[in-house]
Design a protein. Structure first.
Length: 505
């Protein structure tokens, strides 16, 4: 009789792989780099409150050091030395009391001012400016997304125009993620993230055209029973009679759907409740954040064309590691023998805070350096624009161009360019404004797509509105002005600028 014996064999295999992980210090540098100036200032102040080993550099520090030198040879302990010793002891007592509390949640503004009236609380809320980008990221945090999905979602949010539309096609976004961020995702995966983004507030956000924007808003209203029949009819109009809708051919719509005059009137009232620019409405509800932008760079152009710039440090103080804490660490290190358990705990706590303070200072310096060399490269590339402020003088420039010029990674340049602003003689601009794709003509000449759009818009603005120019006519006029581009390219740029076809102008 034959028996079959099953055996499990364990095989041990040694494999060497190289895995790159960001250190805590690198993660801190990335985090600070991404922050706009207002958020960075809040982060610095929060770190000063949280870490007793981190201090601001006072103008009186040098004077104080001179006083100590004068009394150092006087014998005994001077009044200043005694005060410093007492301050060190107080700092140590405070440090010991705070051991284990670092991870506790701070009190909210409302909890700290429990006696405030409703009006006071309202003032606190309005004082906190939340950007359009940050509001959408807050909603993103409520979704269960893995790390790659979060990065795709952030890129989609960053690709939205000011009115809340996504005018880049998904294939382009998929390519840009692969080229600039080393994130390989299919168009379908990008679309899945877009579908989630389109569920965010305000309704209509992330739409790719007006029709999709209005349909998204109607979809949100379906759960409300009041006026359900009117909304059903409007949904039908938007989905199946959109061409007549944008031309305001209401009688044609009324005949097609066999509507009464009352139904038509209710339909028109419902249309007025829709918002064709959801992004603009969000900016208004967030404390008019557009008007309160704080520039990260101050660019100055002299009359002779010389361009200089500086980082806007606002109210951000210079930082240093507390001398009291560093001396405390050295004192304990030199007296390790016979050290009590409490003293050892104090040593470990003080050392941890000193290391953290130094790491934060280094990250702040790295942030300043990265911002400086990036802005310097952008100004060098777009010199003519900063000299005369003419948008048509912006050269083709992509993230890789600045990355190559600075030696930084493309992802780093992307982080610097995101939600940061430069104040110039010609106005305040987001850094993304200075980036644009290039268009290569048949004879090999490279042109900025932004410059092409500027010229195209000028031609359309100056056309005879009684006889608007067709795309073919626009193509000929652009060629006459030295921009020999195809008719389909004209149509593409016209649509990107939100300019309708000739018969609708």
């Amino acid at each position: 009789m034959a028996t079959t014996e099953n055996r499990q064999v364990q095989v041990q295999k040694q494999e060497q792989r190289q895995i790159q992980r960001l250190t805590q210090q690198q993660m801190l540098q990335v985090k600070l780099l991404e922050m706009p100036l207002s958020e960075f200032e809040q982060s610095v102040n929060a770190e000063l409150d949280d870490n007793p080993a981190l201090e601001t550099v006072s103008p009186d520090d040098a004077l104080y050091d001179d006083d100590r030198l004068e009394t150092a040879d006087g014998g005994g302990e001077s009044f200043e030395e005694q005060s410093e010793r007492e301050a060190r002891e107080d700092a140590l007592d405070s440090a010991l009391e705070n051991i284990g509390r670092d991870d506790e949640m701070p009190d909210t503004a409302y909890e700290r001012h429990g006696q405030n009236t409703a009006a006071d609380y309202e003032e606190i809320v309005y004082g906190d400016q939340v950007s359009f980008y940050d509001k959408l990221k807050e909603q993103m945090a409520e979704e269960e997304l893995d790390e790659q999905q979060q990065e795709v979602m952030e890129y989609l949010i960053g690709s939205l125009d000011d009115d809340g539309y996504l005018r880049k096609d998904l294939e382009t976004i998929s390519d840009e993620l692969a080229i600039y961020h080393n994130i390989n995702v299919t168009v379908k995966e990008v679309e899945q993230m877009l579908n989630i983004l389109q569920t965010f507030d305000p309704p209509g956000i992330g739409a790719r055209n007006l029709q999709e924007c209005l349909l998204l808003q109607m979809k949100r209203k379906e759960t409300d029973n009041k006026g359900q029949e009117t909304r059903r009819l409007l949904h039908q109009v938007l989905a199946h009679h959109f061409d007549a809708f944008i031309k305001k051919h209401w009688r044609k719509i009324q005949d097609a759907l066999q509507l009464s005059d009352y139904q038509l009137e209710e339909l028109q009232k419902e249309v007025k409740r829709l918002n064709p620019k959801p992004g603009a409405s969000l900016s208004e509800t967030q404390g008019r954040s557009i008007q309160q932008i704080t520039p990260d760079f101050i660019v100055d152009t002299a009359d002779d064309g010389t361009v200089t710039f500086s980082l806007n440090n606002s109210d951000i103080p210079e930082l240093k590691v507390s001398p009291s804490f560093t001396e405390m660490v050295e004192t304990y290190k030199n007296n390790k023998e016979g050290m009590s358990r409490q003293a050892k705990e104090a040593l470990l706590y003080a050392k941890e805070k000193v290391d953290k303070a130094q790491g934060f200072i280094d990250a702040v310096k790295q942030r300043r350096h990265t911002l400086y060399i990036t802005m310097k490269a952008i100004i060098g590339w777009q010199q003519r624009f900063f000299q005369d402020g003419d948008e048509a003088d912006l050269r083709p420039m992509i993230l890789k161009d600045i990355a190559d010029k600075t030696g930084l990674d493309i992802s780093t340049v992307s982080r610097v360019s995101n939600i940061k602003y430069a104040q110039t003689r010609w106005g305040t601009f987001p850094l993304r404004y200075f980036f644009s794709d290039g268009y290569v003509t048949e004879n090999g000449e490279e042109m900025s797509t932004r410059k092409i759009k500027v010229i195209l818009k000028e031609i359309i603005d100056q056309e005879d509105k009684r006889k608007p120019l067709s795309d073919e006519a626009l193509t000929k006029m652009m060629a006459e002005k030295g921009f020999p581009i195809a008719r389909r390219t004209i149509a593409k740029y016209r649509e990107q600028m939100g300019i309708p076809v000739a018969r609708l102008r």
